[in-house]
Ligand binder design. Structure first.
Ligand code: SF4
Length: 410
């Protein structure tokens, strides 16, 4: 019998579109509407999870045996790391934090630059609904993926009064005008910090006459200043290209300060988005469970936060980890190439709906998918929690249950 399920939330990326219609025959997905290539891939994963079996060193074993081996590895480890946490449910993220707490591990999401800036300067943010209904200037800075995402653009116009709006794309790749942006402003990626400081100076009325602008053409800097002065509600959306480089947290801090200053005269907010295909949310769960949004270490029996020290990639690159527990649908999200290299040399346990292809983990525990096989919740990129529905049967456990089973067996 065919079923049509309306208003399904897709957890395929940080957009978390909640208007998806799914046609099933009760056992598998027949059709996804409206189509989105990335979302289609994510829903198609449901057809492969039931064939997965638990593995130890690449050898199929029973669930009991895989959990037993995972527990042995955890008990032998002196400095375990829990990471991943992307494309998964809030429940699974909570279970991962509980396991990290129990075993004295470090837990990090790979989004340390954003959270480091937030701890220092705070963030004035808003929901997608506010952007859609009120923003008359949206600046996508290093967020070309989101700007080019059809589903995102549709979400800015659906169910809302028409707003006369200007869209500006900024970043290192803006040499050609985007089809979806009214203006494209090229900024040298190494000089973004200086560009923000120049904007702050000009908005405060500091006279920069005779000083050559750095990292941006003078005409474009002036255009940006005049747009910021003319509009009533400005939203900066910063993407993965903006957050690259060792000074990423300083850029985010500087942007927060710029936004605070703009707010003295008009509304201004920012939203940060991760790389396409990743999801946000783990930082919210970590923050309300431990007080810190990333880079948390439980080795002393209580949460300690040190973004320089407990950053997942840094720990792996410096070989300061002797076991890595990888969770979520995108377990290597946010890790550097060198960190992934280091993972090949260390024992690892992977818990998730698909086996990673980069290397063979010591233990693999397959799971079903939250949002397809199991209900739950996840966060959209603007920090709004959305419900996930479970509408297909599976023989696998949920990721949260597997993490809880390991915790219970310790
Ligand atoms: S844009 Fe993202 S959340 Fe929306 S349907 Fe595509 S993959 Fe899913």
């Amino acid at each position: 019998m065919k079923n049509l399920i309306e208003d399904v939330t897709c957890a395929g990326c940080y957009c978390a579109c909640d208007d998806i219609r799914i046609k099933t025959d009760g056992q598998q997905i027949l059709e996804v509407q409206p189509p989105c290539a990335q979302g289609q891939d994510w829903f198609e994963r449901a057809a492969t999870t039931d064939q997965l079996s638990p593995q130890v060193q690449g050898r199929p074993v029973s669930q009991h045996e895989a959990i037993k081996r995972a527990v042995e590895l955890i008990q032998q480890a002196q400095a375990p790391l829990v990471t991943g946490l992307s494309q998964t449910s809030t429940d699974a993220q909570r279970a991962a934090v509980a396991l990290a707490d129990r075993i004295g591990a470090t837990i990090d999401t790979g989004a340390a630059a954003v959270t480091r800036a937030l701890q220092q300067a705070g963030e004035a943010t808003c929901t997608l609904g506010e952007v859609r209904s009120r923003a008359d200037l949206i600046i996508y800075w290093g967020a070309a993926d989101l700007l080019n995402n059809t589903k995102h653009r549709q979400s800015l116009v659906s169910n809302s009064p028409e707003v006369a709006r200007k869209i500006i794309a900024m970043g290192g790749e803006c040499s050609q005008k985007s089809d979806f942006a009214d203006e494209c402003i090229q900024v040298e990626s190494q000089r973004e910090l200086e560009v923000i400081w120049q904007l702050r100076a000009l908005l405060k009325g500091v006279d920069l006459t005779g000083k050559e602008p750095v990292g941006i053409a003078e005409s474009e800097l002036q255009l940006l200043v005049s747009q910021l002065k003319q509009c009533k509600y400005i939203v900066f959306i910063t993407g993965p290209e903006f957050k690259q480089g060792p000074l990423a947290h300083r850029k985010l801090e500087a942007l927060s300060l710029l936004i605070k200053e703009i707010q003295s005269e008009r509304r201004c907010h920012s939203i940060t988005v991760p790389a396409f295909g990743e999801t946000k949310g783990a930082e919210h769960v970590l923050a309300w469970q431990t007080g810190y949004a990333a880079a948390v270490n439980f080795a002393s029996g209580f949460p300690r936060y040190s973004p320089g020290e407990y950053h997942a990639s840094r720990l792996l690159e410096q070989s300061e980890v002797d076991l890595c527990i990888l969770t979520g649908g995108k377990p290597l999200a946010g890790l550097s190439v060198k960190a992934i290299e280091s993972l090949r040399r260390n024992p690892s346990i992977q818990i998730g709906p698909a086996l990673i292809s980069e290397f063979q983990p010591d233990v693999f525990l397959p799971t079903g998918i939250a949002g397809i096989h199991f209900p739950g919740s996840m966060y959209r990129y603007d920090g709004t929690p959305l419900p996930l529905r479970g509408f297909l049967p599976t023989v696998q456990n949920s990721e949260a249950d597997v993490l809880k089973q390991i915790n219970k067996s310790l």
